[in-house]
Design a protein around this ligand. Structure first.
Ligand SMILES: Nc1ncnc2c1ncn2[C@@H]1O[C@H](COP(=O)(O)OP(=O)(O)OP(=O)(O)O)[C@@H](O)[C@H]1O
Ligand SMILES: [Mg+2]
Length: 200
């Protein structure tokens, strides 16, 4: 299949349990359907290899995010759509990566802390709130939301597939992805249902 995308980095940021990995799972097939070359750098996976041994101090978190950023830089300059799905709580390091990578699409996965605590996918909030885990983002460690993200996914209001489609549209808008359906005289893109059907 023709590759209809050009390299870029989709940089997710958001609290643990916000939905970064879940949206990524829905986004990957949509991009694959376009023939994009994709690589996912998921925070949990990266910490078992590339960043093995790093902890959660500010310094270690920054090192982790810089490493992910460096790999995304190498990938995106070679035509790959690199997807980084890590909390990346600090604005300054995200912006460092933005400056390095340039083709950088920041996706803020926005959700309230209360919802994350309710979801508690990994059971970590319970432990953090009980003081069993130190330096837990949103509980005992800072999270700095982005000021001007390219996309905001509100996972309390939209489904994961809607969030993924929103990102696809933004990639089209920014010229990283060729729109599937020709843009009509009304300037509208293909309906989300069409995109989903084509990706299935
Ligand atoms: N609209 C939504 N978008 C994404 N996830 C949602 C949505 N609604 C509910 N969820 C649920 O929220 C949880 C999000 O967990 P997920 O592991 O994707 O978060 P994460 O941001 O990757 O967290 P972590 O930083 O800990 O890896 C999942 O259980 C998912 O099913
Ligand atoms: Mg995750």
């Amino acid at each position: 299949m023709t590759n209809t995308s050009r390299g870029c980095t989709i940089w997710f940021t958001g609290l643990s349990g916000a939905g970064k990995s879940t949206i990524t799972e829905h986004l990957v097939p949509l991009l694959k359907a376009r023939g994009s070359k994709i690589e996912v750098l998921d925070g949990d996976v990266v910490r078992t290899n590339l960043s093995k041994g790093l902890g959660f101090s500010k310094e270690d978190r920054d090192t982790n995010i810089r490493r992910i950023g460096f790999v995304c830089h190498l990938l995106s300059r070679n035509g790959v759509v690199a997807i980084a799905a890590a909390i990346s709580p600090y604005k300054a390091i995200r912006n460092e990566n933005r400056a390095l990578i340039k083709d950088f699409v920041e996706v803020y996965v926005k959700v309230s802390l209360e919802t994350c605590i309710k979801r508690d996918v990994k059971g970590l909030y319970k432990k953090a709130l009980a003081g069993e885990i130190k330096e837990f983002t949103g509980v005992s460690d800072p999270y700095e939301p982005p000021e001007n993200p390219e996309v905001i996914c509100e996972t309390e209001k939209e489904t994961p597939i809607e969030s993924a489609q929103k990102i696809v549209r933004k990639l089209e808008e920014l010229g990283y992805l060729i729109p599937l359906a020709p843009v009509g005289s009304d300037g509208k893109y293909a309906a989300p249902e069409q995109l989903t059907a084509l990706a299935a």
